[in-house]
Ligand binder design. Structure first.
Ligand code: SF4
Ligand code: SF4
Length: 283
């Protein structure tokens, strides 16, 4: 099963859920796709086994061969290459390295050069893999590295994907292909607003989802009412607790405590049953 943990905004407890879920789920891999600020490693400490830089290929135009036909600008979905009057201009910070401009250039005026935008690390946590993508500071192009993380060969039965926060392209890259998305929220009007945006994105992608309420008890029944209205199950409510806040601030997993270990084991089993149910329903 491939489970993505997402949230409409940052700071709702997405990493708390994903790292603890990974800790109690046997035969699982944790992928930290929050590449602008990966923090799973603060809670999952292990041994680095691999590290590689990640690059995308950026076009370079030979103006002597270019006939200024404009085809490259026409095929670029990201406005990263424009055909100006005298010459073709490339904006590397907008380029996704998709290769379309090179492919379609009729005169073969475009070559590609690598540009390193981040790194990918593999760490073993109690013999289970954690894969972390880190985008270099100032690099805006998260989707290519997220796609690469998800394309790596993974041999474990379960994959836990810690998505970036928000509802934009990096989130879509992270949750696409998941069997289920867990949306983590807090019971406040702001939490509800961001949850609703995230629900709309997941619905568009047609992925089954469930809600996890963090710091429950803070804001009444606001999320319960929403989940009933939208018919999305609340899979877990984590109370607002000083113990959890303390462990989290110390970089410790809450599943080191038997009480929370049991709660997360139940969550893991519940999700596995649900995913099997969806898959049987589809086939
Ligand atoms: S497609 Fe090739 S020939 Fe046409 S403008 Fe772009 S670089 Fe020049
Ligand atoms: S490689 Fe793709 S994103 Fe980059 S300039 Fe060419 S068409 Fe645009």
């Amino acid at each position: 099963m491939k489970i993505a943990i997402a949230s409409g905004k940052g700071g709702t407890g997405k990493t708390l859920i994903s790292t603890n879920l990974f800790n109690v789920t046997p035969n699982s891999t944790y992928i930290d796709c929050d590449v602008e600020e990966p923090n799973g490693h603060l809670f999952l400490k292990g041994t680095h086994v691999k590290e590689q830089s990640f690059h995308i290929m950026i076009p370079e135009v030979n103006q002597n061969i270019c006939n200024n036909c404009g085809k490259c600008a026409e095929v670029c979905q990201f406005n990263a290459i424009i055909s100006a009057k005298q010459k073709v201009l490339v904006f590397p910070e907008l380029c996704h390295g998709c290769g379309s401009c090179t492919f379609f250039c009729p005169t073969k005026a475009i070559t590609e050069t690598p540009k390193i935008i981040g790194k990918i690390q593999e760490t073993l946590i109690n013999n289970k893999p954690m894969i972390t993508g880190t985008l270099n500071i100032g690099e805006p192009m998260a989707p290519p590295i997220i796609k690469q993380l998800k394309a790596l060969p993974i041999s474990t039965e379960h994959i836990i994907i810690d998505s970036p926060p928000g509802t934009s392209c990096p989130v879509i890259a992270a949750i696409t292909g998941a069997d289920m998305v867990l949306l983590v929220t807090e019971p406040t009007p702001f939490g509800l607003h961001d949850l609703d945006l995230a629900v709309q994105v997941v619905q568009k992608l047609n992925i089954p989802m469930g809600i996890i309420v963090n710091k429950s008890g803070l804001g009444g029944n606001i999320i319960e009412n929403y989940s009933k209205k939208k018919n999305i199950e609340i899979l877990l409510e984590i109370p607002h607790s000083k113990t959890i806040a303390k462990l989290y601030s110390e970089g410790k997993l809450i599943t080191t405590l038997p009480k929370y270990k049991k709660i997360f084991e139940n969550l893991s089993e519940k999700i596995q049953k649900k995913v099997k149910g969806f898959q049987n329903h589809e086939s």
